[in-house]
Ligand binder design. Sequence first.
Ligand code: UDP
Ligand code: MG
Length: 210
Amino acid sequence: MLSTIRTNKLLTTMLPKIVFVLGAPGSGKGTQCQNIVKEFGFDHLSAGDLLRAERQTPGSPDGELIEQHIKEGKIVPVEITCRLIEKAMNVSKNDKFLIDGFPRNEDNLIGWNKQMSEKVQLLFVLFFECDEKTCTERCLSRGAAGSGRSDDNIESLKKRFQTYQNDTLPIINLYDEQGLVKRIDANGSPSAVFDLVKVVFNDVLSKGDN
Ligand code: UDP
Ligand code: MG
């Protein structure tokens, strides 16, 4: 029995390691993920970026559906998102990944658990907590500065926040009940927030059993 547990543990530690990165739109997920990539050598897979790239791919059968969902702040069916994430992981030579902006609702979670959860080792969920007002200002100034995103406007943002409150927060709470969530106060400047992020990664990665 004990040796089975040990073998399973050994096999698990050989799987690619992942960290889910969640938080409201504009909470700084993308910015901090770039910092984590540089400092800790993870690959950054943003579900939103993967969907936007797929939308631009000529001949993609899902392009139109993806655009409609993004503009409305709705969540794309998990089969599409999961397929893109798995493909990006397979193409990469890395063995540790930040999965940014996913899973965002129950459909995402169920689809992930069915297709991917046994192929990876989930280290933890990094949760950026940030006031809605600050988040909205960040997204609007990102839009004004030419992000080119069809959802960085006040109408789409309202819907994105609703989706976040109704659909994503419950998923974060589920992971929290399993003791997997690391909370970060994300209201500060990028460098102040990264100081908090570093503490979490240094702590988890220094525990040799990962
Ligand atoms: N999206 C989705 N599934 C995902 C991630 C993103 O459907 O797993 C869509 C959704 O419409 C979302 C949009 O892509 O509102 C933008 O997501 P992104 O993560 O880029 O936005 P952020 O929260 O980082 O501002
Ligand atoms: Mg993002």
